[in-house]
Design a protein around this ligand. Structure first.
Ligand code: B12
Ligand code: SF4
Ligand code: SF4
Length: 312
């Protein structure tokens, strides 16, 4: 296997990543996923719900060396999207989804970091922004960027967990950064206790088919009524198991990425907002945001349940 270029220190990569607005960066190998059995168990138990693509991607998530031919390292980055919630009553949109679609925003800056790697000798540079078979939390923990909390989030000391994870698979043989070896959840169980739908079955086991995030973003049909009644006002995604985490309470700081900040495009007290909108208007106003995934029909459904859940 060809390994390109003169040595590049991981610290240089982190400096460049931070110059591009990322919170942190680390480097890891593409050795087999040590937690492949966890993924297998999760898929076999049906907890992925209707996300069939996760079954199709499993072989690569378990053996990340198979994702991009010639790649030997994953450069992992974190991209802060934290922002305070708007004051007052009404439905809620998850923090990550109030501005520009992160797939696009993250990918643009990953490409710039990729170009920087190319200038330093990389000949294979493939960025991923939650758009491929990359086990992003696994690789980020292995690159030393944080630990996997009981709510399954990657949490970083001094930062919390309100960030996206991006990856660049490359043939540049950068020295890997040491894995994150400790667990800082301790005896805390706040996320498990606070989840309104009891989706966190036990430590680091999340039944996606019960999760409000899944039901409002990925699920195409009507949600089970007993779960919809517990949305606690969320009309898209859910932040509860992150909001209650002491690491966020203490360390979450507003994102420097203006594109992620709230555009104020969704009124919080107007149940008929999406009912009055045409498909063309929806595409104009929300086509470049995460709300495009459920689409207008999905947002009408979500609004109905989110407003009803405010009363229950
Ligand atoms: C499917 C998916 C979902 C599903 C299922 C979530 C889940 N917990 O599995 C649903 C739709 C519910 C969802 C919701 C959300 N998601 Co999501 N999701 C994904 C996706 C596409 C795949 C995750 C997956 O494979 N799950 C299956 C489980 C088994 O795998 P896993 O979570 O990666 O866990 C691995 C590690 O935890 C590891 N592991 C287990 N124990 C241990 C112990 C140690 C020591 C180590 C090192 C590893 C380890 O083993 C597992 C298998 O490899 C990833 C992107 C990606 N490409 O990976 C984003 C991703 C996980 N989601 C993300 C986000 C932001 C969210 C939401 C916050 C969005 C929202 N506000 O609504 C919520 C949070 C809900 C939650 N508590 O997880 C971010 C998470 C960033 C972070 N800080 O962790 C990701 C990484 C997307 C991104 N690129 O930024 N998501
Ligand atoms: S995102 Fe919400 S519904 Fe999903 S596990 Fe966390 S608290 Fe529960
Ligand atoms: S709320 Fe507590 S148990 Fe849950 S992830 Fe945060 S520290 Fe860990």
């Amino acid at each position: 296997m060809t390994v390109a270029g003169p040595p590049v220190a991981p610290a240089d990569i982190e400096t460049e990543a931070q110059r591009l607005g990322f919170l942190a960066a680390g480097v890891t190998t593409l050795d087999p996923n040590e937690h492949a059995a966890i993924l297998d168990r999760w898929l076999a138990s049906g907890q992925a719900g209707t996300m069939r693509y996760l079954h199709r991607q499993a072989a690569k998530r378990k053996a990340p060396g198979k994702i991009v031919p010639g790649a030997v390292r994953a450069v992992m980055v974190l991209d802060n999207y934290f922002q305070p919630d708007p004051p007052g009553a009404g439905i809620r949109i998850a923090k990550y989804a109030r501005g520009r679609d992160y797939h696009v925003e993250l990918l643009e800056r990953l490409r710039r970091l990729g170009a920087w790697l190319t200038e330093r000798g990389a000949t294979v540079v493939r960025p991923f922004a939650d758009d491929g078979p990359v086990p992003e939390r696994e690789l980020a923990a292995r690159a030393g960027l944080g630990w996997i909390g009981k709510n399954t989030m990657l949490i970083r000391p001094g930062a919390g967990s309100f960030f996206f994870i991006g990856a660049i698979l490359t043939d540049l043989a950068v020295e890997p950064t040491p894995p994150f070896g400790t667990d800082h959840c301790g005896t805390c169980t706040r996320c498990i206790d606070a989840c309104p739908t009891a989706a966190i079955l036990e430590t680091r086991v999340l039944d996606a088919s019960r999760c409000i995030s899944f039901l409002t973003i990925e699920y195409k049909k009507e949600p089970p009524p007993e779960l919809a009644a517990r949305y606690q006002g969320f009309a898209f995604g859910c932040d509860i198991c992150n909001d209650v985490c002491p690491w966020n309470e203490r360390f979450a700081a507003p994102s420097p990425v203006a594109a992620y900040l709230d555009r104020g495009a969704v009124p919080r007290l107007d149940p008929g907002f999406f009912d009055r909108m045409t498909e063309t208007e929806f595409a104009d106003r929300f086509g470049d945001t995460p709300l495009e995934r459920p689409g207008l029909a999905g947002m009408r459904r979500n609004f109905t349940h989110a407003f009803a859940s405010l009363d229950s």
